[in-house]
Ligand binder design. Structure first.
Ligand code: 2P0
Length: 351
């Protein structure tokens, strides 16, 4: 008897231009485009195995060994349903194909980093889920086509289908068929850029991204300005900076966009605070490090960015990593405590 099973993995991505706000909460269509860098390190990935078998009576999923409910009409159910639909198209074209779309699937997913650490586990998780089903079903789909489905699991997941520098184009069609991820440049285009992740806290965040961004859409006037006047200009400028390997512009835009995302969170009613005092101290250190460089006639050397939590990600060319780690360890001697268990306090390759 044949065994139908596939295992794939997907990495975490960290946005430079932030996604924050949906215009359609069911299809997960964003109010603005976004752009991220995919972190290509072995220890920041979700690995997922999918298996189809006639003996299974229903679709089931385990996350880090614990079974999660697949709610009817929920995000997991939607992704599985959409993937089965693509499989059906393959079976309709070729009647010799086994009818895997009619079998139930069991899906087992594992993150090799703490799920609650605010490190975009939903992004790598849904990307790995979609890519393992695509492998199981032997789908002829491109990463951009798969990103349309991963997006419906979690918006930021659509960007983890590619390595390197990735844009999620917001699209304009009501059915979401043009709201997808595209590759801006592969990691090999600019391998010198690294990401340093400083785990300030691995507590579960107070306000989830999903509910937080919805509250922002409903209450923040600043978000409207950001959507209309700021992000479209920044998307073009950062793509240009990436293609030209212009770190100074890349860093400036990345820091500005992180700051505006947190300003928009603060402009929400009631306000949302994701950064804490340690996050702000790290901003001050990076700012000072850059100031000294610029005052001596140099360029920006590092860019901080923060997602919906207090942890810092610092993008920098490889030559500066040692400097930055020593500055942070000098001001936060307790940083050693963050080093393990998953070695995040160190240089992470990007790509
Ligand atoms: C991003 N974040 O672009 C932004 C920056 C957090 C801050 O994408 O509701 O978990 O599942 O679509 O993808 C977090 O939002 O939200 C996020 P859903 P998601 O990476």
């Amino acid at each position: 008897m044949s065994v139908y099973q596939a295992t794939t993995s997907a990495p975490v991505n960290i946005a430079c231009i932030k996604y924050w706000g949906k215009r359609d909460t069911k299809l997960i269509l964003p109010t603005n485009s976004s752009l991220s860098v995919t972190l290509d390190q072995d220890h920041l990935r979700s690995t997922t195995t999918s298996r189809a078998d006639t003996s299974f009576d229903k679709d089931r999923l385990w996350l880090n060994g614990i079974e999660e409910e697949i709610k009817d009409g929920g995000r997991l159910a939607t992704c599985i349903k959409e993937m089965k639909k693509l499989r059906r198209e393959v079976e309709d074209k070729n009647s010799n194909e086994p009818k895997l779309s009619t079998f139930a699937v069991h899906i087992c997913s594992r993150n090799n980093f703490p799920t609650a650490a605010g490190l975009a586990s939903s992004a790598s998780g849904f990307a790995a889920l979609v890519s393992s089903l695509a492998a199981l079903y032997a789908l002829p789909a491109s990463p951009s086509q798969l990103s349309l489905i991963a997006r419906q699991g979690s918006g930021s997941a659509c960007r983890s289908l590619f390595g390197g520098f990735v844009a999620w184009e917001q699209g304009s069609l009501p059915d979401g068929s043009d709201s997808l991820a595209i590759e801006v440049a592969p990691q090999s285009h600019w391998p010198d850029i690294h990401a340093l992740i400083c785990v300030v806290s691995d507590d579960k965040k107070g306000t989830s991204s999903t509910s937080g961004m919805q509250r922002t859409v409903e209450t923040s006037p600043l978000l409207q300005h950001r959507i209309k006047n700021v992000v479209p200009v920044r998307m073009e400028a950062i793509k240009k900076a990436i293609l030209a390997r212009d770190f100074d512009s890349f860093a400036r835009i990345t820091m500005q966009d992180s700051n505006q995302f947190h300003a928009v969170a603060l402009d929400t009613d009631p306000p949302i605070f994701y950064m804490n005092d340690v996050s702000r101290a790290i901003i001050a250190l990076v700012t000072e490090y850059n100031r000294v460089s610029v005052e001596n006639g140099g360029m920006l050397k590092a860019a901080y960015t923060y997602d919906a939590g207090p942890n810092a990600v610092i993008y920098t060319p490889k030559e500066n990593i040692k400097d930055i780690v020593s500055i942070i360890v000098k001001y936060f001697p307790q940083a050693e405590a963050f080093k393990d268990p998953f070695g995040l306090f160190g240089a992470q390759g990007v790509g």
